[in-house]
Design a binder for this molecule. Structure first.
Ligand code: MIC
Ligand code: SF4
Length: 642
């Protein structure tokens, strides 16, 4: 049968189930990655699972998120991560070596393989033709132990790229255009696959910008073919032997197709507070800009930062703008330094930050009150920058450079001639900041500072639920709303009790206290609940507060899986208008729950008036067993005991 690239890779890794759209499959995972903000929990869980060593071909632990060391917490976590990596056979990319997705692309990614990462932007690896999937830390822990990763067989969308990019437009404009058309929920349950004559002109880092932001579509993954461009990139990384050709069969069938004529694209930006609020920059009128931030796993490549430097060459940043720049990896940083580009950026007034996520996750460089920041990042959710009322616009490096020079959102095409960018020189290859695990790590001591608290574990799901509605949330609630990031909260990622104080804080400061007082309850939400990150803390901390159920119009993929993994029941309204009948403080009762879960629909009763709300769960029998057991750790433990 003629196959898409996605199906070729899935078939190669399929261990359980059939590739029938929507049905559950279990796939073998070749590589895993973790980052520090999700990694501490993932390795604590790996320890709890009792495995003695990782069973993947390669597992890498990166430190890139929590690098601001305001107190001892982050440094403690780094020491734990380094020691636990050595103990269990995991490679360790030290703080300063770069953002996980950028480094993985450069040093480890390989076409045709599978990569599971405890970060939602793991699909960045799709730029190389690798199937990268983001998941919660517990799923990654299981995969590190050699377990399968379960997902619903996705639909495949083909994006046909024709024409070629005009000067001043770039890869970011392509993905912003796709977001404009498909929205932040357009990719849920789907893999986006790129093809067509337009892709030959896109370098691997440019392809990776596109696959990276596929996460903002809610897509399971995004994939480019592995072609001549891929081969040359891998050779330049000294990894030519990893190359293999991978393309879709000519008559492969897709579930959906869209075409983008690159020639017609204009420089774009996403307006606050959603990555799909996209318009051509020329349509934004006189937006004054206070900050410009360039970097992140989306646009932190050599090409991106070099373009910024070339556009700004000989000029200095506008007096009202603060320009911050973070190279995506140490390789990018060293290569820019070697070419004198760092000097050029400093001379243009850039404040150079360390190679890390930094401002993207609110780790420093929060904008001023009500400030406007133009960022080459991937998310502009309200409050994520660290300033609740800041206005964040997402754009590519050319738009960022124009804003830095002009102090307003400005169409870069009006800057004049596009700077000539000669061939990208070979990168500086130096892996000394990546520590290989010892052959035998059995005797390595795992270092645990006081910031590492034991893992909370859930109870089994009761057969009768009597729950108070603790919050009525709207559509597209992000995990940043549920469990915010930022320099104050992120250091608590391995201390769930302390972290739980901040659950839903951006929406409702009193939430945590209310949940504690009522001994738990449920959340009611609109569509696409839990979009955004893979952080399982957005399920784990609510679980700690006694949340037993989320009743929503629909869910984002990773968050729904995380809810299941921590024993929180995700239910979907069968009739969406029932959402309107509910208010905070309502009490909902479900009787005979375990029996009801065997059926497709469940009757939920409103205590005050006996009104019946019908909900469905759509969970597979494996997922049901996990929820009933009170989460994946209990489920795995119970299975091993039997
Ligand atoms: C993000 O971009 O939101 C993060 C921070 O990288 C998260 C992971 C986390 O919350 O630690 C993600 O994308 O999964
Ligand atoms: Fe880091 Fe931002 Fe990328 Fe998340 S999106 S991995 S915080 S750079």
């Amino acid at each position: 049968m003629a196959d898409s690239i996605a199906h070729k890779i899935l078939k190669d890794h399929l261990v359980e189930g059939y590739l029938d759209k929507g049905s559950e499959i279990g796939i073998r995972i070749d590589q895993t990655l973790t980052q520090d903000a999700t990694g501490t929990m993932a390795y604590l869980q790996f320890e709890a699972l009792g495995a003695d060593k990782v069973r993947t071909e390669l597992s890498v632990s990166y430190v890139d998120h929590n690098t601001l060391q305001n107190g001892f917490e982050n440094a403690d976590d780094h020491r734990y991560l380094q020691s636990v990596a050595a103990r269990f056979g995991v490679w360790f990319s030290r703080p300063g070596n770069g953002i996980c997705h950028q480094v993985h692309l450069e040093r480890f990614g390989a076409p045709g393989k599978t990569l599971l990462g405890s970060d939602s932007h793991t699909p960045t690896a799709g730029g190389l033709g690798m199937l990268g999937i983001g998941a919660g830390g517990l799923d990654v822990a299981v995969a590190m132990g050699g377990g399968l990763f379960y997902l619903n067989a996705p639909e495949i969308i083909k994006v046909n790229l024709i024409g070629s990019l005009a000067p001043w437009t770039g890869a970011k404009d392509i993905i912003l255009e796709i977001l404009r058309r498909l929205t932040v929920k357009g990719g849920v349950g789907k893999i986006v696959e790129y093809s067509g004559p337009g892709l030959a002109g896109l370098s691997i880092p440019e392809r990776a910008t596109i696959t990276n932001m596929g996460a903002e579509l809610g897509a399971t993954s995004s994939l480019f073919p592995s072609d001549e461009v891929t081969r040359k990139y891998l050779i330049s990384q000294g990894r030519g032997k990893e190359w293999r050709s991978l393309e879709a069969d000519p008559d492969a069938v897709y579930d959906e197709e869209i075409t983008i004529d690159l020639t017609l694209l204009e420089p774009m930006a996403a307006a606050p507070h959603s990555p799909d609020a996209v318009k051509p920059v020329s349509e934004f009128k006189q937006v004054r800009v206070n900050q410009v931030a360039v970097g992140s796993c989306t646009n932190g490549s050599y090409h991106d930062l070099r373009l910024l430097a070339e556009i700004m060459k000989g000029q200095v940043v506008h007096p009202d703008v603060s320009l911050v720049v973070a190279p995506g990896s140490r390789q990018v940083y060293l290569s820019l330094a070697r070419e004198g580009i760092i000097e050029s950026l400093i001379s243009s007034g850039a404040r150079i930050l360390e190679t890390a996520c930094g401002p993207c996750i609110g780790m420093g460089q929060a904008p001023s009150s009500g400030g406007v920041s133009v960022r080459t990042f991937n998310r502009n959710f309200q409050g994520r920058s660290g300033t609740a009322d800041a206005q964040i616009y997402l754009a590519g490096p050319a738009v960022a450079a124009a804003a830095a020079l002009k102090g307003i959102l400005f169409d870069p095409r009006e800057l004049g001639e596009f700077p000539s960018m000669d061939e990208v020189p070979d990168p500086v290859i130096d892996d000394r900041m990546i520590i290989a695990p010892p052959q035998d790590g059995k005797n390595v001591d795992i270092i645990r500072g006081p910031n590492i608290k034991p893992l909370p574990v859930n109870q089994k799901l009761p057969d009768k639920l009597d729950l108070q509605v603790l919050l009525i949330a709207g559509d597209n609630i992000t995990t940043d709303h549920i469990m915010p990031g930022g320099s104050k909260v992120l250091p608590l990622r391995s201390n769930i009790e302390a972290l739980s104080e901040y659950v839903f804080a951006p929406l409702d400061q009193e939430f945590s206290e209310r949940a504690r007082k009522s001994g738990g309850g449920l959340i009611v939400a609109g569509e696409n609940y839990g979009q955004g990150s893979s952080r399982e803390h957005a399920a784990l901390a609510p679980m700690y507060l006694g949340i037993k159920m989320v009743l929503a119009k629909s869910f984002a993929r990773i968050h729904r899986a995380n809810l299941v993994n921590f024993g929180i029941l995700p239910l979907i309204f069968s009739n969406e208008t029932d959402y309107d009948f509910l208010s905070t403080d309502d009490e909902l009762i479900i009787e005979d729950l375990h029996h009801q879960l065997e059926k497709e629909s469940i009757t939920v009763c409103m205590k005050k008036n006996n009104k019946k709300i019908i909900a469905c769960h759509g969970l597979t029998s494996r997922q049901l067993a996990i929820v009933k057991a009170g989460g994946l750790l209990n489920y795995t433990r119970d299975k091993n005991i039997k």
